[in-house]
Design a protein around this ligand. Structure first.
Ligand code: UDX
Length: 472
């Protein structure tokens, strides 16, 4: 099918490339001319595993072209709207890009159009879009408006698009349902050349869920808010674990064995960032408030998440007493590993708080340095973790990049000013540090066994290692 995708940001570019990958003829529009020129030179504005290859192959095959919005509207019957819906100051989603696009489509589209809202939007946006298209309709065109929320995680967006656990469409006509089924058929049947696996993992059948538009829009906000709630829940439990001498990693492991709970999104740490959870949580709360519903539960989720940074700074302050003049090495800046995205990254609030107390920050991130410089100019950026650790009074693990797992700790011991690691993502187990010469602090665990001031009695790390052998 010929498909237009409007917006070549993180969602739009992934959607355009993957729809081309599964066989459609895709035209992707981007209003930012600089971005458009880069895309036409195969330069992607974002770092996302596999996306560059998928775009290049699709372009070479003539299955993906880039251009202007007007052309996109005229070229295809199906138009995927993937424009940004950033938060306004009051937490509402800014829908101005969608509203002006609706007027553009109504003004220039001739004939039937299937308008697919993929951008994350508040519930009832689809019905407003439908009304707007009809109101401004200038060529007796016929429209279907569909909600098709995205469930893409940064760092695995291509995988999540091509091997989803579910595809959700909200429709108000059988014709729209059938067209959406046709668009996603190759994914539902797992019949497409996969760019990641020579032989695709046998996905247990992708659920293609057809609902009404309002329900589909709510599924997105409700899903993200629930995941955010899981994270704030385990962070709340982590604080208790530290006081009573339990290990939150073990607690979440034990909880996660219950399939009704599940082990994912139960990692305690610095909390959630990124361009989705914080903004979707705010938008969902605003939607509920405007509808007269009490969502104070989600306000608590937000409050717990915002408190993680001060909690972490207090842990560092307790160790170093005075932060002013101290050199702190920050490992990891992106809001999570395998992305260069700094939007709402916990590292921003953390570094700003430490700088405000007069600390000097040296930082290393495998991908996010360029984007970090735009938001954290007063940081010394380093080329590797060792350079960042030179002369440091503490190493702070802020993003759990896998490359931090296999470092030379003897070499690190020789360059730091003080052998202290404060792990904001519980990348390591305390017992891994019992023979590294570093004092290791983390989230939701009693202090390392050799720490005299650990609350309650300290556990011997060797016992923990030994009983792991008994764990089945
Ligand atoms: C999220 C949703 O997972 C995805 O389905 C939706 O479409 C977009 O928003 P994303 O924001 O890319 O995806 O990242 P995700 O992997 O969900 O992590 C979000 C944040 O939560 C990160 O800052 C991560 O560090 C944090 N997190 C995640 C935790 O603190 N603990 C966890 O257990 C999991």
């Amino acid at each position: 099918m010929k498909i237009s995708v409007i917006g070549a940001g993180y969602v739009g570019l992934t959607t355009a490339a993957c729809l081309a990958q599964i066989g459609h003829d895709v035209f992707c529009a981007e209003s930012d001319v600089g971005k458009l020129n880069k895309l036409q030179a195969d330069i992607l504005p974002i770092f996302e595993p596999h996306l560059g290859d998928v775009v290049r192959v699709a372009r070479r095959r003539g299955k993906l072209t880039f251009g202007q919005t007007e052309e996109a509207i005229e070229k295809s019957q199906a138009i995927f709207i993937c424009v940004g819906t950033p938060p306004l100051a009051n937490g509402d989603a800014d829908l101005s890009a969608i509203e002006s696009l609706a007027r553009m489509i109504a003004k220039s589209a001739r004939g039937y159009r299937l308008v697919v809202e993929k951008s994350t939007v508040p519930v009832q946006t689809g019905s407003k879009l439908r009304r707007h298209l009809r109101l401004h309709n200038q060529h007796e065109s016929d429209y279907d408006v569909v909600s098709n929320p995205e469930f893409l995680r940064e760092g695995s967006a291509v995988e999540d698009f091509l091997h989803p656990d579910r595809i959700v469409v909200g429709v108000e006509s059988l014709r729209a349902a059938e067209l959406m089924r046709e668009i996603y058929q190759p994914i539902v049947n797992n019949e497409f050349p996969c760019p990641m696996h020579s032989k695709c993992p046998t996905t247990s059948g992708v659920r293609f869920l057809c609902t009404d538009t309002n329900s589909a829009e709510l599924i997105k906000h409700a899903s993200n808010s629930f995941l955010a709630m899981k994270i704030s829940f385990i962070n709340m439990v982590a604080n208790l674990c530290e006081v009573v001498g339990a290990d939150v990693g073990r607690v979440s492991e034990g909880m996660g064995l219950d399939p009704r709970i599940g082990s994912s999104f139960l990692n305690a740490g610095l909390g959630f960032g990124g361009f989705c959870f914080p903004k979707d949580l705010q938008a969902f709360i605003r939607i509920a408030e405007k509808s007269g519903c009490d969502f104070s539960l989600l306000k608590e989720v937000e409050k717990i998440n915002q408190s993680r940074i001060e909690y972490f700074v207090e842990k560092i302050r307790k160790e170093l007493w005075v932060l002013r003049g101290k050199k702190l090495a920050v490992w990891g800046l992106a809001f999570k590993p395998n992305t260069d995205d700094m939007r709402y990254a916990p590292s921003i609030a953390l570094v700003e708080s430490l700088l405000k107390e007069g600390a000097n920050i040296s930082a290393y991130d495998p991908q996010a340095t360029e984007k970090a410089k735009e938001v954290l100019p007063d940081v010394t950026y380093c080329g590797d973790p060792y350079e960042a650790a030179r002369g440091a009074h503490a190493i702070l693990i802020v993003t759990e990049w896998s490359e931090f797992r296999d470092l030379d700790w003897d070499r690190l011991l020789s360059v730091v000013e003080q052998p202290l690691v404060v792990d904001g993502r519980n990348m390591f187990r305390p017992e891994e540090f019992s023979s590294r010469g570093f004092r290791y602090l983390s989230i939701g665990r009693a202090l390392t066994p050799d720490t005299p001031s650990a609350p309650g009695e300290t556990r011997d790390g060797t016992l923990d290692s030994a009983i792991q052998n008994i764990t089945a």
